[in-house]
Design a protein around this ligand. Structure first.
Ligand code: CTP
Ligand code: MG
Length: 218
């Protein structure tokens, strides 16, 4: 099939803070968004890369993506709106939807996803949840049973026609494609994720990513 990548980069990065939205900040001299996009541009099996950006971020995106062969689409107010808008920039086949806020995507994860989506509706990278998990505010509640619980990362691979079908039947916004696909009755396969794919959400995540960049992991 034709392999598309759709990088969603239309967020505001409010939890990260720090002025410039996180996807445009430099990590090891390169914008986070550019790191994220290059993983797909450089992958031999990916045929087209589209990037959803926020209105008003056009110049930031041009600068971050200078010289890369990508299609720009406008994002929306929620992540799921950005994905929905970005779909129009794709060709029928498979799409790898990926967060710009996950700058280090190992090529082998893309390989695993493409393998798994060849006999499923959707495939996602997961890692076991290592810490104790519980509801908590000021006071902690009893932990939930961690056995079998996983953390779901991106990229998430879907057949484009099935993802469009899932969107056409969706009510409200979902946080990721696997949730949307499951709600529409599709099957979601899992492959092994990678700690390098953890999302940059909070300022402490930035420190971790800079440490990776500093020791030459990126
Ligand atoms: N995203 C998007 N369009 C939106 C919201 C989010 O394309 N309307 C993208 C972000 O740019 C990011 C990914 O979805 O690459 C994951 O979202 P998140 O980590 O929540 O990023 P932000 O929404 O930017 O951050 P925050 O929620 O802290 O404001
Ligand atoms: Mg957000």
């Amino acid at each position: 099939p034709f392999i598309n990548a759709l990088i969603v980069a239309a967020g505001r990065g409010e939890r990260m803070g720090g002025g410039l939205p996180k996807q445009y900040r430099l990590l090891g001299g390169k914008a986070v968004l550019r790191h994220a996009v290059e993983a797909f541009v450089d992958h031999p099996r990916v045929d087209r890369v589209a990037v959803a950006i926020a209105k008003g971020h056009e110049e930031l995106a041009d600068q971050a993506l200078a010289g890369l062969d990508v299609t720009i689409a406008l994002g929306g107010s929620q992540r799921s709106d950005s994905v929905r808008n970005g779909l129009s920039a794709l060709r029928p086949g498979v799409v790898l939807v990926h967060d710009a806020a996950r700058p280090f995507c190992p090529p082998r994860v893309i390989d695993r996803l493409l393998q798994a989506v060849s006999n499923s509706d959707c495939a996602v990278p997961v890692l076991p949840a290592a810490d104790t998990l519980a509801r908590g505010g000021e006071w902690l509640e009893a932990p939930v049973d961690r056995a079998g619980l996983v953390r779901v990362q991106t990229p998430q691979a879907c057949h484009t026609n099935k993802l469009m079908d899932a969107f056409s039947r969706a009510s409200g916004s979902t946080t990721d494609e696997s949730t949307l696909m499951l709600a529409a009755g599709f099957s979601v396969a899992t492959v092994e994720g990678d700690p390098m794919l953890d999302k940059l959400t909070l300022p402490s995540d930035w420190d971790r990513a800079e440490a990776h960049a500093a020791v030459g992991l990126v």
